[in-house]
Design a protein. Structure first.
Length: 400
């Protein structure tokens, strides 16, 4: 007889086969049912017992799921949200990419907020964030720049001068373009895998390294951070003096005062700990009124170029090259400060990740800093603790 259990080693439930065996053994050994009850597969008794087992077994699976929901390594979706919130770590929501559009046309033309421009041939659509009026730059015509947001969330790309279609008809608005690549790349809702890893690095404390990291990464404009400390007496391997924290944040466009106040938190710095870094901002202790200088460094950006080369079959979709670029961009949307870059995970993001592209038979990722990679650039990219591999918008795709 198989016995379920719940003890210090965890929960043990029964499989469907074990349930069937238990039910049959119970009937066969029960004196109340008479001797030699036949519970074979083709007997009425056996079929009734199998039907009972099929109805009981889902209850055990429900117990398994309930038990797994309390294990952060197995919890998914809402259960994982609940577990990580106990640590003070909130799942990063989806974000939309942004771009700066240059609108041209007749002077005095008002262009409302929410006006739509797009990349030609059913490409990504972008909505203006604010209402603007085209100024007179001479001859009764002019141009004006306006921030715009991608209609769809996630890693929507727009390389320079590709947004040229006006979708919202406004009399007097004649041209549109984006003089530069997208200003920021959006993200899909943080996946369970990434959220689980970030949760492992976080805690609900106020001044620990993990808590500071958690607070920093919850700032919408912070893409990545690393928080280190040297609690010893002498300079450590990173060059950090004793009793000093070294915090690195990406990107350098985040408001410095926000960074300083987030590092300080509610309880201030740990006693006897200083800060290292070229960036500074001052915070005020709300209890004592004293001011403190917070230091940190912005991550040094590595201009990372990625290309993929592979083969395809008949299942490779029309527009597949764009989907490949989207998958790569999404993978790098959760890159970390100091995180080395390896070809295999990039390949996996395209072939098996959340945005996997069908019809790819073989795929190799090529990586290089500073310029597009060649056929021999198959080695990983080493990233120092204070560096961030920033994906270049030019992603090479050769799928034949």
């Amino acid at each position: 007889m198989h016995t379920p259990s719940f003890d210090e080693y965890g929960l043990v439930t029964l499989t469907l086969l074990q349930l069937r065996e238990n039910l049959r053994e119970s009937v066969e050994t029960s004196s109340d049912l008479g001797a030699e009850v036949d519970t074979g597969n083709d007997t009425i008794a056996g079929m009734i017992l199998d039907a009972a087992a099929l109805n009981i077994e889902p209850l055990y699976r429900l117990l398994d799921d309930l038990w797994a929901s309390w294990d952060v390594n197995q919890a998914e979706d809402v259960a994982l949200d609940n577990q990580n919130q106990l640590r003070g770590v909130i799942r990063n929501p989806e974000r939309n990419s942004t771009v700066i559009l240059r609108l041209g046309g007749d002077a005095g033309t008002p262009v409302p907020a929410g006006s739509i421009a797009a990349i030609p041939n059913d490409g990504a659509r972008w909505l203006t964030d604010t209402a603007v009026v085209i100024p007179d730059l001479g001859g009764g015509v002019g141009t004006i720049d306006v921030n715009a947001t991608a209609e769809d969330a996630g890693p929507v790309l727009a390389t320079a001068n590709t947004i040229t279609d006006i979708i919202t008809g406004v009399t007097g608005w004649d041209t549109v373009t984006n003089p530069a690549d997208q200003a920021s790349i959006g993200e899909l809702v943080e996946s369970d895998a990434d959220y689980r890893l970030r949760g492992e690095a976080g805690s609900t404390g106020s001044t620990t390294e993990e808590a500071i990291y958690t607070r920093l990464t919850e700032i919408d404009t912070v893409d990545a951070a690393v928080v280190t400390s040297n609690r010893g007496e002498t300079v450590d391997a990173n060059g950090t003096p004793g009793h000093t924290m070294w915090i690195i944040v990406h990107p350098a466009t985040v408001d410095p005062q926000t960074i300083a106040e987030t590092i300080w938190g509610e309880a201030g710095a740990p006693a006897g700990i200083g800060f290292r870094g070229a960036q500074t901002a001052t915070v005020t202790d709300t209890t004592s009124g004293e001011t403190h200088q917070i230091r940190w460094d912005w991550a040094t950006e590595l201009d990372l170029y990625v290309s993929v080369v592979g083969t395809k079959d008949a299942n490779y979709p029309a527009g597949g090259d764009t989907l490949v670029k989207d998958a790569i961009t999404d993978y790098f949307s959760v890159a970390r400060v100091g995180q080395d870059v390896y070809p295999a995970p990039v390949e996996g993001a395209v072939t098996t990740g959340p945005l996997a592209v069908p019809g790819i038979m073989t795929l190799d990722a090529l990586l290089k800093v500073g310029s597009p990679p060649g056929g021999g650039d198959t080695d990983p990219i080493d990233v120092a603790i204070n560096e961030y591999a920033e994906l270049n918008a030019t992603i090479g795709v050769t799928i034949t």
